[in-house]
Write a protein that binds this ligand. Sequence first.
Ligand code: 1HN
Length: 347
Amino acid sequence: MNDTAPAADRQAFYDRLAPHNLAPLWESLHSLVSRTPASAAVPAHWDYDGVVRPYIMESGALITAKEAERRVLILENPGMPGQASITPSLYAGLQLILPGEVAPAHRHTQSALRFIVEGRGAYTAVDGERALMQPGDFVITPSWSWHDHGNETATPMVWLDGLDIPILKLFSASFAEPANADSQSVTRPPGDSPARYGQNMLPVDWRPSGPASPVFSYPYARSREALATMARNGAPDACHGYKLRYVNPATGGHAMPTIGAFLQLLPAGFATAPYRATDGTIFSVVEGEGETLVGDITIRWKPRDVFVIPSWHRHTHRAGSEAVLFSFSDRPVQEALALWREERAQG
Ligand code: 1HN
């Protein structure tokens, strides 16, 4: 063989290989092992008030939360149509629960987060304890924990769901089961886990039973106040503004082992220095208006919008007014596997 074999001869060879479940590596080597990350995901933006909200509300008239099990519009990355993914490793959706509805109790090996977008006072119950939800609250349902949601208020509630569905799919490790009642019986009063685990103290002799945080609700008021105090007391980070990470108070690690979550404040007029990292990140705008420049794309955002920046896409945020952004990514997985990289402000 020489390096000038006609393309047709090579193709004929590949065609004879295929029935034997064989393929030539040399045709795909450089896309399999790219010099820099090549995400299938593309930058994308969902306008909540202008586009998404009307469709979510329309879904409320078509199917009940009980019939749907979860009434959610999936936020599909336009670079990965039909794959129920917002990045190659993560799923995101917007979930609606109407007054009087219950999203029935179940558990699964997928870990989930909720970030509350609209409405106040509905609850999520996790392993027998309810937490009432307000806009901007961050709530987790760790892998294999029982969870159900109920809305006993008079107004619709919408939240952003983030799950590690594509990661579980990669590992073929999905298990799920329904509970035997729609609503879990309440075994601990509301506020029990924040008291035990969320006051910078832990019950003496308590040992964690798993890697996820024993605190399952992180109220916005507290996180927001922390950011405001940071902003009063020091200079912003050039790439992040003022940015905090949600933690498991028992370990200092991320709240869940597969999904990391963050909240950042950008002062009015602040522009972040160019930044990129290997964790493709989903943002939910809590307060303020601004824009994010990624490559030659400009995403203009306002409260309740969602946008996604794929892995290794250099970007900068510019806040028109003081802004607060929630975000989540697969960073804990990449850190555990020693794969996570970032690059700050370069060229
Ligand atoms: C799920 O359990 C919830 O508990 C939301 O609210 C979205 C998407 C796929 C699989 C399970 C929830 C989900 C989900």
